[in-house]
Design a protein around this ligand. Structure first.
Ligand code: MG
Ligand code: ZN
Length: 224
């Protein structure tokens, strides 16, 4: 084994340990935690803006907004009504890790949270290897990216529990086929849930809210 691989393995196992700790805390406090991953520009922040506007009075929502350089996304989420939004600027790193998350959560009383959303850095490669102690990874892809995304980034689709296909208002403007993207994604992970939405028109977004309600309820049940 080369030295680099050994170091990488050590980093990952330390991450697993911390992630398990985080996951335990979430379960104990009845917090549904989601790790949202996508390529840059798929619409993670737009999805979260919509979600906050729709559900901020129904649930207590906390958001960690990961970004490589700026705090712009966090600002948008605060404007959308986010009461607890933390920008997590990685300063160049292309993924978040469990240590960063536990640092951000130091000042948050998890008893007062129903839903924790972690917006990961826009990247479908290494975020798939870093467990953040989440209940589930949610992968967002968008129609302009093409229907072969799941084949290009199999690791991410294998490790996600839900795939959201955003920008369905752009269907018909390219060769993108919804049937093909679903087939490709399910060939990687037959248990994947799939939702089709357009953040721009709002089409299909109610199903995402229902999905959240269902999973928040389940998480609460498990904690008591
Ligand atoms: Mg963003
Ligand atoms: Zn990375």
């Amino acid at each position: 084994m080369t030295k680099e691989i050994r170091i990488e393995k050590k980093v990952l196992s330390e991450n697993e340990r911390l992630a398990a700790e985080l996951r335990n805390k979430m379960v104990l406090n009845g917090v549904l935690s989601l790790n949202i991953v996508s390529s840059p520009g798929a619409g993670k922040t737009s999805l979260l803006e919509k979600t906050l506007r729709a559900l901020k009075d129904e649930f207590r929502i906390a958001i960690i907004a990961g970004d490589v350089q700026t705090e712009n996304d966090a600002k948008r989420l605060i404007e959308a009504g986010g009461k607890w939004v933390r920008p997590l600027v990685t300063g160049g790193s292309c993924h978040l890790d469990a240590r960063m998350i536990s640092r951000e959560l130091k000042n948050l009383d998890l008893k007062k949270v129903d839903l924790l959303i972690i917006e990961n850095v826009g990247n479908l490669v290494c975020p798939s290897s870093y467990d953040l102690g989440e209940y589930m990874k949610v992968v967002v892809i968008s129609v302009p990216e093409g229907d072969d995304k799941p084949l290009k980034y199999p690791g991410m689709f294998k490790r996600s529990g839900l795939m959201i296909v955003n920008k369905t208002d752009l269907l018909g403007t390219s060769d993108f086929s919804m049937d093909v993207v679903k087939k490709n994604a399910l060939s990687m992970n037959q248990d994947l849930d799939i939702l089709e939405i357009s953040c721009r028109t709002g089409e299909g977004i109610e199903a995402w809210y229902e999905w959240l309600r269902k999973h928040i309820k389940r998480t609460k049940k498990k904690s008591v």
